[in-house]
Design a protein around this ligand. Sequence first.
Ligand SMILES: NC(=O)c1ccc[n+]([C@@H]2O[C@H](COP(=O)([O-])OP(=O)(O)OC[C@H]3O[C@@H](n4cnc5c(N)ncnc54)[C@H](O)[C@@H]3O)[C@@H](O)[C@H]2O)c1
Ligand SMILES: O=C(O)CC[C@@H](O)C(=O)O
Length: 526
Amino acid sequence: MAPRVLIADKLSPAAVAIFKERGVETDVNTGLDKDQLAEIIGNYDGIAIRSATKITPKILEKAKNLKVVGRAGIGVDNVDVPAATQKGVIVMNTPFGNSITTAEHAISLMLALARQIPAADTSTQAGKWEKNRFMGVEITGKTLGVIGCGNIGSIAADRALGLRMKVIAFDPFLSEERAVDLGVEKVELEDLFRRADFITLHTPLTDRTRNIIDAKAIETMKDGVRIINCARGGLVDEVALRAALDSGKVAGAAFDVFVTEPAKENPLFGHPNVVCTPHLGAATSEAQENVALQVAEQMSDYLLRGAISNAVNFPSITAEQAPKLRPLIDLADKLGSFAGQLTESGIKQVRITYAGAVAQLNTRALTSSAVAGLLRPMLADVNVVSAPSVAKERGIIVEETTREAQGDYESLITVEVTTERQTRGVSGTVYADGRPRIVNIKGIRVDAEFGPSMLYVANEDKPGFVGKFAGILGDAGVNIATFHLGRDAQGGAAIALVEIDGAVSDKVIEEVKKLPQVTHAKPLHF
Ligand SMILES: NC(=O)c1ccc[n+]([C@@H]2O[C@H](COP(=O)([O-])OP(=O)(O)OC[C@H]3O[C@@H](n4cnc5c(N)ncnc54)[C@H](O)[C@@H]3O)[C@@H](O)[C@H]2O)c1
Ligand SMILES: O=C(O)CC[C@@H](O)C(=O)O
């Protein structure tokens, strides 16, 4: 029986044509509410969406036949990816198809702000001819601060350079070499705030980027700065920005994305120096055709041939290789993620060593998985397919080494990350139970499973630490699920890896950091 796909958001007709050509049946049914979708999702092997349809755990629960979610676009924040992964549903996106279009939208908004085009248009068409009301600013020679210099940020930077602007960029993953290639000056965030006349945001929304522009940040900016957000709502504190617009500290803001979407009400609405569009960043016929074609191709390939590309939750891999590789792929991803979450500065190099039986397998998929895990804390939806090229673009050297069996383990994977400051290595294995374990951190032996919520502490091996540490967690009502200790020598460097039930607050982390023996403490999520 031919697989069946539901096209649940407005996609270019090119998608239907491709599905048909390939022998995949399609139903186009857009604008369904969550109950209507839940009712029919069980009939489909695939669902193709843009940003309107939410793929929640509830929908996935009803999706008994669903094998693939195809996102015609970049952000998969409307898909509960962990829930989909848990259900074995592949989630694919189209990472590059709308980048140019979105960068162009950011530049359009910047120009619209500089010359107050929307307000001038409304006034002129109302017959007011207010020639003296609309005094603009010139773009040439002004400084554009780009926050997030990935696919879209770097295209926006290129276009701004074409407009003869000076471009400065803050992106912890941007190497000096790449910055030089792009013709931008790599700066710290504080410098960007201090120097930029215009600021444009192009990062994903993560724990690190939420409210990256808040009241405190705005205070440090130039008087009369203008802010453009075409990335994700939540990167800017909208209430703080409104206050700064009211006071005149910020001269203008142009937003395509909002904390709550669809944005029917918003703190920014109604201000004369604000320009808004309804999440139109990707809305050109060219970009929509690109992403529709690509998503239909990818979904058909998967449903008909089992080929996987641009999946955000699984590497590209054949059906025959899957059973052996799956637990090791999971291990590589978790080791990368462990290293990535501990990395605070630019990564120069990552070396992945495969020792023992694993060295005989498809290590490319494993390396991709490790690199994806490493980059995921910093990048929007990096996936196992795109991870190596994303690393290359950012000037990160990825090295792969294979070795004969090493020590006690049938298979051992080591991920070693070199940053501007240090080199840090972590190793892991998979035992007969198929579950990944971390067995070495920075040369210190441990033996711990990965839990959804963990706490990593580096400390000096001195008496008194364990009791006080456990006391802090206990007093905060944090339940310890597992507790693993390791050290390099008596009285030397030690680590504690603790699995906890639920999350731990910043306050608790700060208290742990204050313990005299502790050199580093960080919550980790897997
Ligand atoms: N408005 C729209 O319609 C529209 C269309 C496409 C994409 N987007 C959004 O635009 C954003 C960027 O997309 P992209 O394709 O360029 O992603 P990308 O992954 O190529 O680039 C994101 C960049 O942000 C950087 N970054 C991560 N954390 C950072 C931090 N704390 N500070 C500074 N930089 C940080 C990363 O290093 C990376 O270079 C995403 O949120 C995406 O969903 C919006
Ligand atoms: O599909 C859209 O219109 C929005 C797309 C955009 O937000 C993305 O992340 O690709």
